[in-house]
Design a protein around this ligand. Structure first.
Ligand code: TLP
Length: 345
């Protein structure tokens, strides 16, 4: 029986064409700025995101953490959403690496409001940590791949400007937000001071992320990339995969979104499953299980694994499925059949 793996869109393996692009890449020592393929990728991504400059880094976590470091000094406060990746899945790095505190806001499907930001701001009084940065995640992982509304981000931008705060956009899956809505990436990035994007998720690369921002900001990031040990040498081999993905894998993200919808609709038809189809925007499906379901989250993940369908339990009552390049429509239909059968035994 074929294994159908929805654990994450990070699990994809490079396609043959991507491997060919990797093999042909021209390389040099990037710490000296000599890698033509990395330089080309950085230029292309800066252009796509409407920023002066971009910097290639090994991971999305490093992209976010270098950005936080470059925007703050120890003792500053960062306003972000309670379920965001930066708070939940980056190993406490904002405290560890930048010495900042996080002021967490309760979001609705990952979205918090300008009113919340305004209310969370600390007064200019030495009892309080200065609020210096707002982080927004788009699409939002833990909320189920939801898209951050442009209008709300615009309002947060206004509040940030009024109070001298910067905005960092964790756009690990911003490609998906753009593909799903047909809106240009710049629709969101124009409203942020810095952006991180990942190539190792829906884009199907083996590794790699970028930070984009002003030339002066990226210069600071370059220094912190060194400090964090993220300077790489002939990594043009990896950047070549990124260039290939930007040219060839963006359009197909819509297929992942259609596949996620099919999974969501299948789960929604099963007893004891709670899922609001209006909030399945892209390639992530969060399935909530009530008392009426025959499984809890870990139980369902285990039963499905028994049928060679893999996904993660993200809470006692929740599982997450992510669609990607390495599962096609046929695989998804087959997975839906196997999942339906779990409810009949
Ligand atoms: N997310 C991974 C896990 O870490 C949970 C996944 O499987 O979804 N921002 C967002 C919104 C992310 O979802 C991730 C990875 C990152 C940043 C970090 O990227 P990496 O894994 O490259 O450090």
């Amino acid at each position: 029986m074929k294994i159908i793996d929805f654990r994450s869109d990070t699990i994809t393996k490079p396609t043959l064409e991507m491997r060919e692009a990797i093999a042909k890449a021209e390389v040099g020592d990037d710490v000296f700025g000599d890698d033509p393929t990395i330089n080309k990728l950085q230029k292309a991504v800066a252009y796509l995101l409407g920023k002066e400059a971009a910097l290639y880094v090994p991971s999305g976590t490093m992209a976010n953490q270098i950005s936080i470091k470059s925007h703050t000094v120890p003792g500053d406060e960062v306003i972000c959403e309670r379920n965001c990746h930066i708070f939940n899945y980056e190993s406490g790095a904002p405290a560890f690496l930048s010495g900042v505190t996080l002021n967490l806001q309760e979001g609705y499907y990952g979205v918090f409001t300008s009113e919340q930001v305004e209310a969370a701001l600390r007064p200019a009084d030495h009892h309080f940590a200065p609020s210096k940065l707002v982080c927004i995640e788009n699409t939002h992982n833990r909320a189920g791949g939801t898209i951050f509304p442009v209008e709300e981000m615009q309002r947060i931008r206004e509040v940030a400007d009024k109070h001298g705060m910067k905005i960092h956009l964790d756009g690990a899956r911003l490609w998906n937000a753009s593909a799903a809505t047909g809106l240009h990436l710049k629709t969101w990035t124009d409203l942020a001071d810095s952006v991180s994007v990942c190539l190792s998720k829906g884009m199907g690369c083996p590794v790699g992320s970028l930070i984009a921002g002003s030339a002066e900001f990226i210069d600071r990031c370059h220094r912190y990339r060194k400090v964090f040990g993220g300077g790489m040498r002939q990594a043009g081999l990896l950047a070549a995969a990124g260039i290939y993905a930007i040219e060839n894998h963006r359009e197909r993200l819509k297929d992942d979104h259609a596949n996620a919808r099919l999974l969501a609709e299948t789960f929604a038809s099963l007893t004891g499953v709670k899922i609001d189809l209006d909030y399945v925007h892209t390639n992530i499906v969060i399935v909530e299980l009530t008392d009426k379901a025959p499984f809890d989250g870990p139980g369902l993940a285990e039963a499905a694994a028994g049928q060679h369908v893999r996904f993660l339990a993200t809470a006692p009552d929740k599982v997450r499925l992510v669609t990607h390049l390495d599962v096609n429509r046929e695989d998804v239909e087959e997975a839906c059949n196997r999942i339906r059968l779990l409810w009949t035994v």
